[in-house]
Ligand binder design. Structure first.
Ligand SMILES: C[S@@+](CC[C@H](N)C(=O)[O-])C[C@H]1O[C@@H](n2cnc3c(N)ncnc32)[C@H](O)[C@@H]1O
Length: 510
């Protein structure tokens, strides 16, 4: 660590204009740096948990290490360990598991000599002394010749307000209204059912020939403890040809026929298949009510998942990872198309310490592999599956999900050997996939097979896309899973004016 006072000449700097100065505030800009500049890629040094528990944590390293996505303790080399924490960071970072490095990018224009800070998370282990630097409000510093040649930025700067600003400042748990989200959500119409796809359960019913007995039977139902919530989506009485029939209980609740009061002299109960769920569409209502009178519960406005400021920031960083990978792909002669599977956003999580799932990024490699199927989405799913297969890493375990009609979603937990053999390595259950381009029909189908929770894409592909362009696969009849679809808003592009470079021929399937 250099020991120069704050106003002396920098003794350690990198090519994008960062310099280390020994003050209470580390890591300053030696010159103005435009937003969206990749200022540092820090390789990471790892310690096993055991090594860290036995030695590392008793040393100064404890101030610098954090938990990597796979549980190892990690130390950022280069300038990475020197960024101080701020509630208003001007630098964002993303963990790149494929190269085991961390990428640091400015989130707004940085004035010369301004301290460079990242956000450590909400659980700090020290009392934060925020930098006294005034936060410049979108002022674009004049870039004058400063002796560092023309190495100031990797990306071009724009003079507009930084798109991430609204998400960086303020309460990360605050729910953001749809119009302020960085993407537009497409509302999928409720899935249309047909007679074959309606799920039913067998239930006991009893005919009540004398209508005067209906009230008595309803009372008895309550007393007998048969007013169970599993039948809450069905009406209790069906009237057909002047005969009322009462729904008693499913055969799961009551394997044998319930016994109504003998003094009513009712006929013997019998079983009927009744719908398992309420009707979401008028067609479904008609079909289900043909089996048994069913409640109609169309999806209401505002039922979409809430997005918080912290989650919007997570999405922004994930899209940025995809965009960066696409630019890198382009530099190596590939199509500028990339996909990023983000580790799930954890509310109230410490950004550096508690990630339990790994993120994956892949680009299109159909040029270098001379293989027409090596699309970015296929590559990223494959990358994740290979990683899981090789490391017995955590995988999604099916449970329930609003987005999945196959009834699967996840907490991330290890699966047993049988699941692995069954191909669970490919499951994206509960995971969001960020792509620079709307996935083509093949990739959209792969995402359905993989049970992706949602897809967020930057560029629409009207002629070839499978998420609304040429087709919208999740809405096709007979599909056994649906993923949510979101398109990134142009105003919020993480690509800072360079997005035109990601444009590809609209005849190409991404
Ligand atoms: C990764 S290091 C950052 C670089 C460190 N300041 C240095 O001089 O090497 C993390 C440590 O820096 C200090 N630190 C970082 N941000 C701080 C802040 N906002 N307020 C006070 N101390 C901070 C804490 O001691 C923390 O354990």
């Amino acid at each position: 660590m250099p020991s120069t006072p704050v106003n002396s000449q920098p003794v350690h700097l990198n090519s994008t204009g960062c310099v280390i100065r020994r003050t209470e505030q580390k890591g300053r800009a030696a010159r103005s740096i435009p937003r969206q500049t990749l200022i540092e890629i820090s390789p990471v040094l790892f310690f096993s948990k055991e090594e860290y528990a036995a030695h590392g944590k008793y040393t100064v390293l404890d101030e610098y290490t954090f938990t990597w996505t796979d549980g190892r303790m990690a130390l950022a080399l280069g300038l990475g360990s020197l960024f101080n924490h701020s509630e208003h960071p001007n630098v964002s970072y993303s963990l790149d598991t494929s190269t085991e490095s961390i990428r640091y990018t400015t989130v707004r224009d940085i004035a010369s000599d301004e301290e460079l800070c990242i956000f450590y998370g909400h659980k700090l282990w020290f009392d934060s002394a925020e930098s006294l630097d005034p936060v410049p409000h979108c002022h674009v510093p004049e870039v004058t010749e400063d002796g560092w040649g023309d190495l100031s930025a990797v990306e071009d700067a724009e003079s507009a307000d930084p798109p991430l600003g609204p998400y960086l400042d303020g309460d990360p748990d605050e729910v953001i209204a749809d119009e302020y989200l960085p993407f537009t959500r497409f509302k999928l119409p409720p899935e249309e059912e047909d007679l074959e796809s309606i799920q039913t359960v067998d239930a006991w019913v009893v005919d009540i020939p004398d209508p005067r007995h209906i009230t008595k039977m309803l009372k008895w139902l309550k007393q007998a403890g048969l007013e169970t919530p599993d039948l809450g989506h069905l009406k209790r009485i069906r009237k057909q040809k002047d005969i009322a029939t009462l729904l008693l209980a499913t055969t799961t609740t009551s394997p044998g026929p319930p016994s109504p009061p003998p003094d009513l002299d009712l006929p013997a109960p019998y079983t009927l298949p009744v719908p398992c769920k309420p009707a979401l569409t008028p067609i479904s209502l008609k079909l289900k009510s043909g089996l048994w009178p069913t409640l109609f519960t169309p999806p209401r406005k505002g039922e979409a998942e809430d997005w918080t400021r912290g989650k919007a920031r997570w999405a922004w960083e994930a899209m940025q990872a995809a965009v960066q990978a696409a630019h890198e792909a382009q530099r190596t002669g590939e199509l500028p198309v990339a996909a990023h599977i983000a580790a799930p956003y954890e509310e109230n999580a410490d950004a550096t310490q508690s990630k339990t799932c790994t993120a994956f990024t892949a680009c299109d490699t159909r040029q270098s592999n001379a293989h027409p199927l090596r699309h970015a989405v296929i590559n990223v799913v494959r990358q994740m599956a290979d990683y899981r297969a090789s490391s017995a890493a955590p995988m999604p375990r099916p449970s329930s999900s609003a987005a999945s009609t196959s009834g699967s979603a996840s907490s991330l937990s290890s699966l047993d050997g049988e699941d692995v053999r069954n191909g669970s390595n490919y499951l994206l259950t509960s995971l969001t996939v960020f792509t620079t381009h709307e996935p083509c029909i093949m990739c959209s189908m792969a995402l359905i097979h993989s049970r992706a929770k949602e897809v967020v894409f930057l560029h629409a592909m009207p002629r070839t896309g499978g998420c609304g362009g040429a087709a919208r696969l999740p809405t096709l009849k007979g599909i056994n899973h649906r993923f949510g679809i979101c398109q990134w808003k142009a105003d919020f592009t993480s690509d800072s004016g360079s997005e035109d470079r990601l444009c590809i021929d609209d005849a190409i399937d991404a």
